[in-house]
Design a protein around this ligand. Structure first.
Ligand SMILES: Cc1ncc(CO)c(N)n1
Length: 220
C-alpha cells in the first residue's frame, strides 16, 4: 500500500469528525452565522500567509529541483489565495484585517513553520499535506451536499471543490509518496504522524472558528 493510503487510514477518523462539525454542516445548509464565517476568513488569511512561508521553507530544503519548483509554486498559490481573500471577502464583509491570530491559528501555523524548518524534509512535506488533502476532501463533501440556490457561501464552496485545486492536491500526494520511498519504516511512520497531527489541527481550526475563539485572558 502507498504511504498516502496508509497515512489516510491513520487519520480518516479525524476527517469523519471534521465533516460532522457544526461549522461544516451549517456552511452546507447556508445557515452559518455571518459573524462566524467572517471570523474564519480573517483567521484564514493569517493562516495562509504562514502556510505560504512554510511551503517556501520546504522548497528551499527539497532534495530534487522539481520539488523546489513544485513547493515554490504551492507557496505562490497560498499567497495568491490570501490576497484574493483580501480583495473579495474582506471588502464584502467589511473585515478590518487587524485581527491577531487565535491560539488555534497560532498553534497550527507554528506547527507548520517549525516542522518545515526543523524536521526531516520528507516529514515536513507530510505535515503540510493535510492543508491540501483535507481541504479537497471537505470541499468535495460540502459541494456534494449543498443546495446551490441561495447559499451565501457558494463562492467559497466552489474554490476547494474545483478541478484546479484537485490537481495541486494530487501533485502534493504524489510527491509525498515518492519521498516516502526513500525513507525507512520508522521515517515513514514519522511522516504519517506529522500528517495526522496536521489533520487534527485542521479540526481545531474549524472548531476555533465555530467558537470564535479568544485568548482566555487579554494578553495580546
Ligand atoms: C486552515 C486552512 N487549511 C487549509 C487551507 C487550504 O490550503 C486553508 N485555506 N485553510
Amino acid at each position: 500500500m502507498s504511504w498516502s493510503n496508509t497515512a489516510w487510514q491513520q487519520a480518516e477518523h479525524i476527517y469523519q469528525k471534521i465533516i460532522a462539525m457544526p461549522f461544516i454542516q451549517e456552511l452546507i445548509a447556508g445557515t452559518l452565522p455571518q459573524e462566524k464565517f467572517k471570523f474564519y476568513i480573517e483567521q484564514d488569511a493569517l493562516y495562509l500567509e504562514q502556510f505560504g512561508r512554510a511551503l517556501a521553507l520546504i522548497a528551499g530544503r527539497a532534495h530534487q529541483t522539481q520539488h523546489v519548483l513544485d513547493y515554490t509554486r504551492f507557496a505562490e498559490g497560498a499567497i495568491v489565495v490570501e490576497s484574493t481573500l483580501h480583495a473579495s471577502y474582506f471588502n464584502t464583509y467589511n473585515i478590518s484585517g487587524l485581527a491577531k491570530p487565535t491560539p488555534a491559528c497560532h498553534y497550527y501555523t507554528s506547527f507548520l513553520l517549525s516542522t518545515a524548518a526543523l524536521a526531516q524534509v520528507e516529514v515536513a512535506m507530510a505535515a503540510v499535506l493535510p492543508c491540501f488533502w483535507i481541504y479537497q476532501k471537505v470541499g468535495d463533501y460540502i459541494y456534494g451536499q449543498h443546495q446551490v440556490t441561495n447559499n451565501p457561501y457558494s463562492e467559497w464552496i466552489d474554490t476547494y471543490a474545483g478541478e484546479e485545486f484537485a490537481q495541486l492536491v494530487a501533485k502534493a500526494i504524489d510527491i509525498c509518496n515518492d519521498a516516502a520511498q526513500n525513507c525507512t519504516q520508522q521515517q515513514q511512520q514519522a511522516m504519517a504522524d506529522a500528517f495526522e497531527m496536521g489533520c487534527q489541527l485542521e479540526w481545531l481550526f474549524w472548531d476555533s472558528a465555530w467558537r470564535m475563539e479568544t485568548w482566555a485572558a487579554k494578553l495580546i
